[in-house]
Design a protein. Structure first.
Length: 165
């Protein structure tokens, strides 16, 4: 009986410790636009805390790209995102892709909630459609997708949430 009570207390303590460590998670908004070079895009990434809504200040922000329809078939080098001066939580990364289509952008965040010391280490995956530069608008959405979304009354979403959502 004593062993059962100790086990129950240990499990309860572990659950409380895990909840306390969960902390802030990241949310990302990604807008990409084609550059002059073929299959080269400039992506603006806006990060905020899911709980606080406050900007996240990343010490390091790495963006990796992979096609969900062809996992690990492409060799796109990770891109280091740089902060935009005067815009907390906003970063720019340059991506050089290998083909048009839907790509999953994996954003690895290591930073803090703005104005605090609360540490945030998270990974957010955002799916984004990259198309021919002539068919893309300034936000980096595919024009055909935007037209279809407008017909349906919905806006295309390029938001990602922390792992496990």
């Amino acid at each position: 009986m004593h062993l059962i009570a100790v086990t129950v207390l240990s499990v309860a303590a572990l659950a409380l410790a895990s909840a306390a460590q969960a902390g802030e998670r990241a949310r990302a908004q990604v807008d990409c636009s084609a550059s002059e070079a073929h299959l080269h895009y400039s992506c603006t990434i806006t990060l905020e805390g899911k709980k606080s809504g406050e900007p996240l200040e990343a010490d390091e922000l790495v963006v990796k790209a992979d096609m969900p329809s062809m996992p690990m078939a492409h060799n796109v080098p990770p891109a280091q995102a740089l902060p935009v001066p005067g815009e907390p939580g906003t970063y720019v990364a340059d991506l050089e892709l290998e083909m048009f289509g839907e790509w999953a952008l994996s954003i690895e965040i290591d930073g803090v909630v703005a104005g605090t010391q609360e540490r945030v280490r998270d990974k957010v995956v955002v799916k984004h459609e990259f198309g021919d530069a002539n068919a893309m608008n300034m936000q980096g959405h595919d024009a055909d997708q935007d037209a279809e979304s407008d017909r349906e009354g919905a806006q295309p979403s390029h938001q990602g949430h922390g792992h496990g959502d």
